[in-house]
Design a protein around this ligand. Sequence first.
Ligand code: 4NP
Length: 167
Amino acid sequence: MNVLFVCLGNICRSPTAEGVFRKLVLESGLSGELGVDSAGTNGFHIGQAPDPRSIAHAAQRSIDLTTLRGRQVVPADFERFDYVIAMDNDNLRQLKALCPQQFSGKISLLLAYGDNTQYREVPDPYHGEAADFEVVLDLIVSGCRGLMSHIAAHRQTPANTNLMQQQ
Ligand code: 4NP
């Protein structure tokens, strides 16, 4: 199972989501089963490390973003990834425009999986302040926890596979 997180620049929100989700994957013991990556809908920051503010705020929660590098979404991502997770509605629209129709069911908003009723989108913190980066982290942690529960509940275990073969 492969998960791709997507934002605009791939230097603030989606690398943060990648780092948070990687940690959850490690903690849940599913490292061998789950691949995680992130990308941007634009190509402004290809090859760049995440924004220093995102790196610093994530580090305060023991999440290391320093090795991540920006890349742009490519059409092949929709085949390769099982979940393509957008941070906001603008990302969602861009992804749907780029996605071959047969894969459009793979695209969703991160906060569709969270338990926060106040926010439906993870707001772009790029022009914001420290508090905005904290809100982004809180929202991403909530969404990633919900996504992990969703994937854990729907993944193919040997028991599930047997059940499906019996039906
Ligand atoms: P992100 O934030 O989409 O969360 O990575 C942004 C980063 C850079 C820009 C916009 C948003 N930018 O315009 O360069």
